[in-house]
Design a protein around this ligand. Structure first.
Ligand SMILES: Cc1cc2nc3c(=O)[nH]c(=O)nc-3n(C[C@H](O)[C@H](O)[C@H](O)COP(=O)(O)O)c2cc1C
Length: 198
């Protein structure tokens, strides 16, 4: 948990979620916890209930964990090795009717469910685009219709001191978002919705 970030009146799950890199290498993600975060993902909404999200997952100590770790780029490997579990989130892009509409959108929704369930478990989860997606297709024998999208590290938060000195600043830097006046409009594009107008 951090003291900066979202306002206090948001739900604690959303308020407390962030993407840390200082993971405790002694921290454990149990098989049951990994199952629950993936179960949360399975219950995400999707276009026409097409359920496009697929996952390859392994606990630290497993061969799958080591193979996912090896696919991460160097910068991500430097901290994600200490995760308790690593996951690759993929989109199944086809079903019997042809291309699944909004497949990536569905994977994003499932991934956020996974991340928020991790927060509810007292864990942290950090998504990564920095991995070798074509390599994942080969390594895990993914069908041609399945697109690997992100890797996700799930672990136990540790102190920033776990990171190399030159990487600590990023961990403790204030979190920023664009103001809602730039992102939420009413009446016409560019006219901010005044929070007081509800
Ligand atoms: C699709 C996606 C890809 C990301 N890729 C990486 C990555 O490769 N490495 C990394 O350290 N963080 C990665 N992140 C984390 C983002 O940088 C982070 O979510 C963003 O800066 C907002 O910070 P917060 O999650 O702490 O609110 C990724 C996040 C998403 C959603």
């Amino acid at each position: 948990m951090r003291s900066d970030g979202p306002p206090d009146d948001l739900h604690p799950l959303i308020r407390d979620r962030w993407s840390p890199r200082a993971l405790d290498p002694a921290g454990v993600v149990t098989g049951a916890a990994l199952h629950r975060v993936l179960e949360a993902a399975r219950w995400a909404p999707s276009y026409g209930n097409t359920q496009p999200a697929r996952f390859v997952a392994g606990l630290r100590g497993s061969g799958t964990f080591d193979r996912i770790l090896a696919l991460l780029n160097r910068g991500n490997q430097a901290w994600a090795y200490a995760a308790g579990a690593l996951v690759i989130a993929c989109a199944e892009t086809e079903n019997e009717k042809g291309e699944i509409p909004y497949a990536e959108y569905g994977v994003g929704l499932a991934a956020e469910n996974l991340v928020l369930q991790a927060v509810a478990e007292g864990l942290v989860a950090h998504q990564m685009a920095g991995f070798d997606a074509p390599g994942a297709t080969v390594e895990f024998d993914l069908p041609a219709s399945v697109r690997p999208l992100t890797a996700i590290a799930i672990g136990v938060l540790g102190p920033p001191e776990l990171l190399p000195e030159d990487k600590r600043g990023r961990e403790t830097a204030p979190r920023h978002r664009k103001p809602s006046t730039d992102t939420v409009f009413t009446d016409r594009w560019g006219t901010p919705l005044n929070p007081a107008d509800g």
